[in-house]
Design a protein around this ligand. Structure first.
Ligand code: 3PG
Ligand code: MG
Length: 395
């Protein structure tokens, strides 16, 4: 693993510690938190700082607000409340905090309002970072989910703060993902699902150089079915990316690896929770069919691949698992990953939701709190937030 300073190794007694966390959690229309994994994942870092005698400030972005235009829906207030419950102590929410003017004593935690409402955050402003650096003695990045963004709280501040280190979540993520990909036990199998090839083209391309089997799911699989010369009816796909899909298939083939193409599928005439599901051979898909899941034969084949894998990397479901009649493919896959002795790592919102739905969380080797950052790490890209911590490792 790359060399970075870690929070666990620092003396923090009476230090002002600024933690950049990723508390960007899903909310319903009323602002209620619908899934709190990221808040729970931030707690060990906060507790660690508290236990070392620090005065703790935490911030995060929530959504993608317009800078300089704070709206009530952008507020971290629901997160402060949840964090307070989890910590068992008050967590005061501080507005307009960039220039200071608030106090936090050793043993206390305050939450600094949505950092993406501050002007200069997204542009990674040095001027903003300089102000934030004055608030603290130690800067901690524990926001792995945002590690692929170079923003003022993830990058410029890490460069300007007196001391910059990784929190325990970032350290654990880097270690788990690095171990799975650095020297993976083979066969190495990746599952990439999702609606569009276009958004995952670079990851598919990068994985094509590394994996033994590249399993594609969802709308991405439909584009690969087209590339294999199979009919897809009115399924979601990107016909203009068929040449790219063919190129990826050929690249894997040239290495003795493969993209397993579904031999059977589950179709419907409409995309709806009550649509009638029909299992058919992939070659028999009709012009008015939509493919919404893989069929049982394909699911069985993928299950065998999972069980004999050495390492499994999972991002994206195989079908519309939110609707029960199209959930079988993802469910069989999840059960096989759970049963497999392979090291498995999973990431991304839909994948984490599928893991929760099929209750296999305990049997997955490592579940990342990240979506985009997880993918960029798998692509082998340098994550700007991590690069900043590396640059500060020796001072
Ligand atoms: C995420 O949810 O993917 C992270 O919190 C990053 O958010 P962003 O995509 O808005 O930068
Ligand atoms: Mg995102």
């Amino acid at each position: 693993m790359m060399k970075i300073k870690k929070l666990a190794d620092l003396d923090l007694n009476h230090q002002r510690v600024f933690i950049r966390a990723d508390l960007n959690v899903p909310q319903d229309e009323a602002g209620n938190i619908t899934e709190d994994t990221r808040i729970r994942a931030s707690i060990p870092g906060i507790r660690l700082a508290l236990s070392k005698g620090a005065a703790v400030m935490v911030t995060s972005h929530l959504g993608r607000p317009t800078e300089g235009e704070f709206k009530p829906a952008d507020s971290l207030a629901p997160i402060a409340a949840r964090m307070s419950e989890l910590l068992g102590q008050p967590v005061k929410l501080i507005q307009n905090w960039v220039d200071g003017g608030f106090s936090v004593a050793p043993g206390e935690v305050v939450l600094l309002e949505n950092c993406r409402c501050n002007k200069g955050e997204k542009k990674n402003s040095d001027e903003l970072a300089e102000k934030m650096a004055k608030l603290c003695d130690v800067y901690v990045n524990d926001a792995f989910g945002t590690a692929h963004r170079a923003e003022a709280t993830t990058h410029a501040l890490a460069m300007k703060a007196k001391i910059a280190c990784a929190g325990p979540l970032v350290a654990a993520e880097l270690e788990a993902l690095g171990a799975a990909l650095g020297n993976p036990k083979r066969p190495l199998v990746a599952i990439v699902g999702g609606s569009k090839v276009s958004t995952k083209l670079t990851i598919l391309d990068a994985l094509a150089d590394k994996v033994d089997q590249l399993v594609v799911g969802g709308g991405i699989a439909n584009t690969f079915l087209l590339a294999a010369g199979l009919p897809i009816g009115k399924s979601l796909a990107e016909p203009d990316l068929v040449p790219e899909a063919k190129r990826i298939i050929d690249k894997l083939k040239a290495r003795g690896a493969s993209v397993p193409i579904p031999t059977d599928v589950v179709t419907a005439k409409a995309f709806s929770p009550t649509a009638e599901a029909t299992v058919k051979r992939a070659a028999d898909v009709a012009a008015d069919d939509m493919i919404l899941d893989i069929g049982p034969d394909t699911a069985g084949l993928l299950a065998d691949i999972m069980v004999s894998a050495g390492t499994i990397v999972w991002n994206g479901p195989l079908g519309v698992f939110e609707f029960d009649q199209f959930a079988n493919g993802t469910q069989v896959l999840a059960a096989a990953i759970a049963k497999s002795s392979a090291m498995s790592i999973a990431g991304g919102g839909d994948t984490v939701a599928a893991i929760a739905k099929f209750e296999i969380g305990e049997q997955v080797g490592y579940i990342s709190t990240a979506g985009g950052a997880f993918l960029e790490f798998l692509e082998g890209k340098t994550l700007p937030a991590v690069a900043a911590l590396e640059a500060r490792a020796n001072d």
